[in-house]
Design a protein around this ligand. Sequence first.
Ligand code: NAD
Ligand code: TYD
Length: 353
Amino acid sequence: MTILVTGGAGFIGSNFVLDWLAQSDEPVLNLDALTYAGNLQNLASLKGDARHIFVQGDIGDRALLDRLLAGHRPRAVLHFAAESHVDRSIHGPGAFIKTNVEGTFNLLEAVRGHWNALPEPEKAAFRFHHVSTDEVYGSLAADAPAFTETHPYEPNSPYSASKAASDHLVRAWHHTYGLPVLTTNCSNNYGPYHFPEKLIPLMIVNALAGKPLPIYGDGLQVRDWLYVGDHCSAIREVLARGRVGETYNIGGWNEQTNRQIVHIVCALLDELRPGADGPYTRLITHVKDRPGHDRRYAIDARKIERELGWRPAETFETGIRKTVQWYLAHGDWVASVLSGGYRDWLATNYTAR
Ligand code: NAD
Ligand code: TYD
């Protein structure tokens, strides 16, 4: 038995692969294009481990997908691969349509061919697990109830629109062709191996370098934050016991404004690596807001709790402490991802703000 993971060298995908192989001997075939966001260093601890088979390739490459599916006959596909950063989607939406929409379509078609050819009982046991986001639901008013699985889709950014489109394709491949799919929509993750273009790692990395901590607009936008290890455990539960064709929302019951997040990160750094020039909050700067910035996301995770008994193991307090400690202990990883390409992105996104 084997599972195929797409995007397994990215932030969540690599955490998932590491968690999976820490708990199971079932091999992982890891297909990743190694874009700027993919990093094999995340998987360095698996070097020489025969249970991890890495293939560099694009989910848009149908011949490659057909070859991998026929050669390895996975019992499940977990689809993490995506362009994932909202700000990048504003500067260049094309890559998001290519990978998140066309790539998912291509993967679904290849998987449909593979699944159709499987003999029973493998066919009945097969699963296609689509990893998606709460951003497809759009923005909530301050006092509105949290997103349930039946909340209307109202995506507002090119990123969330492309993920919404992929969710719709996955749904249609189930209803039309009977493909046994599972979809999870999760809130903002944080934890080890998070690329420092996203809020939490950017704040840690900038603070340690004595650089400004850029908060978009008033910083009162609200996100629900979940430790990445808890997202991985939720995916494992849904894959094992989720009902085919269903969607499960995954969240941490942890709504925070961006300002609160930045203050918490600064306070932890003040404690664990105090700066010579005073508290890190002195570096906070308010910069021009993100266009179309969603005001609030919140997840109602009662369905996965009720049906599968899943709950996050980490509180935000324990998870964010672990995360800051991880970044402090992994200066080499941080240094290696702050490459020329990363500096170009900082210039594109922040110089004119
Ligand atoms: P990421 O950007 O860190 O990693 C994406 C990975 O996909 C990278 O390794 C990249 O090389 C790979 N990839 C990109 N295009 C590819 C292609 N065409 N073919 C093959 N591989 C390709 O993203 P992440 O934060 O790990 O997110 C993983 C998934 O989880 C995404 O689908 C995202 O929408 C979803 N998600 C993310 C969050 C979050 O907070 N980061 C929350 C909910 C859902
Ligand atoms: P991000 O980590 O990009 O995730 P998403 O946009 O997918 O929720 O951003 C989280 C929040 O932090 C979002 O409201 C935008 C805000 N933000 C800043 O205020 N400054 C920054 O430099 C970044 C990257 C994000």
